[in-house]
Design a protein around this ligand. Structure first.
Ligand SMILES: [Zn+2]
Ligand SMILES: [Zn+2]
Length: 140
């Protein structure tokens, strides 16, 4: 199921502006990138765009659920197109490389705390930290 970016934007109830379409197109090919990375790539198609407008577009697309924002500790917010599958992330504590890992259960919340203090739990965000293969080789 591949939806072209402008239909995806319209399907979410937003106007398919050039900026929104360009950001979504960028995130279809790369994932876990910062707003600055997105900006650099969007600039190639839309030289007049600004970092502020990219930030606005990222916020719009995140709020309608077209993209997902993750905020690993110690890193800038990262954006990705893969949404709605409750996947998790494994992050290298050496170089910051991020990879997707599938959710074992497949839907949120995949973890239930032993005591939820009366909260109705909706999601569990799991981040696995470790050393990527390159960093393991480098430390050996
Ligand atoms: Zn690494
Ligand atoms: Zn991801």
């Amino acid at each position: 199921m591949v939806v072209d970016p402008s239909s995806a934007v319209r399907g979410a109830g937003l106007r398919a502006t050039a900026g929104r379409v360009a950001v979504l197109e960028t995130l279809a090919s790369v994932s876990h990138v910062t707003a600055n990375d997105v900006y650099r790539s969007v600039c190639e198609q839309l030289p007049t765009t600004s970092i502020q407008s990219v930030h606005n577009v990222l916020a719009d697309l995140t709020s309608v659920g077209l993209i997902r924002r993750i905020e690993p500790a110690g890193s800038a917010a990262l954006y990705e197109r893969r949404v709605d599958d409750n996947h998790h992330h494994v992050i290298c504590s050496g170089c910051g490389a991020v990879q997707d890992v599938d959710c074992v259960v497949g839907h949120a919340p995949c973890l239930t705390p032993s005591s939820a203090a009366g909260f109705a739990i909706q999601a569990a965000e799991v981040t696995f930290w470790g050393l990527c293969p390159e960093c393991q080789t480098a430390t050996r």
